[in-house]
Design a protein around this ligand. Structure first.
Ligand code: HSE
Length: 404
């Protein structure tokens, strides 16, 4: 028998017990033994759960039990998830997690701690829910030079944008539904304000470049200001409005950011709907590679954690290349304000006048529509400061970046 513990018995933790039961035979074949959850650490009791007798409220019995080989950290948040993970690894136990916050903030230290203790620290479920997107970086993509990762990595906001567009529903109404479905974070502002997507693009950037960016190095823009008119504008442009997490990697710097963008239909990301995530990885060698699947939800995320459990308990993880994340001095990440973008602009202004203003700052300007007092223009490429100067005095209704 192989014994494991789960710390945090919420949406994902509960999903893990369910998958371990349902797929017990298949897991046994790969691991070579039965897998049993011996402890569940949570602040709450679960009197109606078949696991009620395994619930503990203190980490000590898990740390002291030599039979427990592996701990699933599905509690979320940085603290005490970080401290518990370190304690578990110092006690000789591997840790697998779905917690993107702790990986984005402390991935360098956690991987180092695992190496020092000769155990594994795996985090397949931290990005893309059920999409196997983490492990490929250290296996099938190991010989590639990754130059860009661009994607939709937050299921909740993609669900909201899809329902607003297809069903004409209100932002708050769809958010409540996403929470009920178990997609949203405990504090959904992490989803809506791009913080969750920021953590995920930090992790993907670290896998591709080895550099773990700090939170303050990455710009994230909220989705709160997006209106039904913006969503309609994206359609008029022949694309979709999406919350895009982007990282463009060169030899000595990265441009990494999260913001709502109009994605033209020539890019497959424009077709990613509902809770699905899509992640496009561009290699200098192989070109574009797309990962697609359910990016949030109980079972897809728990399935990815279970894959890590099987990798550790079968011994496969020991044979895998382990990534190393390093923090570097400020300066590696280009300031967001220095990055040039193409913009969709909707303004209540004369078409000829606004074109004339923009012509002083950029070369590519095309008028999408001009009706009554309102003009819609695509213009680029400019930094935010250049755009602000170009549009000084103009009655602007909306500005959205266009993904190029
Ligand atoms: N709240 C996250 C999302 C959960 O919606 O993508 C999965 O990480």
């Amino acid at each position: 028998m192989k014994y494991i513990a789960i710390i945090g018995f919420g949406v994902v933790g509960g999903g893990i017990t369910s998958i371990i039961e349902t797929n017990a035979e298949k897991i046994k074949k790969t691991v070579g033994d039965d897998v049993e959850v011996k402890y569940i650490l949570d602040l709450r009791d679960f009197p109606d759960s078949p696991y009620a007798d395994r619930v503990v409220h203190d980490i000590t019995p898990i740390l002291e039990d030599k039979d427990v080989e592996l701990v699933c950290e599905t509690m979320g948040g940085s603290h005490p998830a970080y401290e518990f993970s370190v304690q578990c690894m110092n006690a000789g136990k591997s840790v697998v997690t779905s917690n993107k916050e702790v990986v984005a903030n402390f991935g360098d230290k956690l991987l180092e701690c695992a190496a020092e203790n000769g155990v594994s620290y795996l985090f397949e479920a931290s990005v893309g829910g059920g999409i196997p997107v983490i492990r490929p970086f250290t296996t099938s993509l190991a010989g590639e030079k990754i130059v860009r990762i661009s994607g939709i990595v937050n299921g909740t906001t993609n669900y909201i944008l899809t329902k607003m567009k297809d069903e004409g529903r209100e932002f708050g109404d769809v958010l409540a539904e996403a929470q009920q479905l178990g997609f949203a974070e405990r504090d959904p502002s992490a989803d809506i304000d791009g913080i969750d997507a920021k953590r995920k693009i930090i992790i993907l950037t670290a896998l591709a470049s080895g550099v773990l960016l700090s939170d303050e190095d990455v710009y994230a823009e909220t989705l709160r200001n997006v209106t039904p008119a913006d969503i309609a504008a994206a359609e008029k442009f022949g694309g979709s409005l999406k919350l895009i997490a982007d990282t463009i990697i060169s030899d000595d710097s990265v441009k990494t950011y999260v913001c709502p963008m109009i994605v033209p239909s020539s890019c497959p990301l424009s077709f990613i709907s509902d809770v699905y995530n899509g992640i496009s990885v561009t290699s200098a060698i192989s070109g574009d590679i797309m990962y697609y699947g359910r990016g949030a939800g109980r079972l897809p995320t728990a399935g990815a954690v279970t894959a890590d459990i099987v990798a550790v308990l079968s011994g496969a993880a020991k044979a895998e290349y382990v990534p190393v994340f390093n923090k570097v001095d400020a300066g590696y990440a280009k300031p967001f304000d220095s990055i040039k973008f193409t913009y969709y602009i909707r303004a209540n202004w004369g078409t000829a006048q606004i074109k004339e203003k923009l012509e002083n700052w950029c070369d590519d300007i095309s008028v999408l529509s001009s009706s009554g007092a309102t003009v819609e223009i695509i213009a680029g490429e400019m930094t935010k400061a250049e755009l602000e100067k170009a549009l000084a005095g103009v009655d602007v209704e909306s500005i959205i970046r266009v993904r190029t």
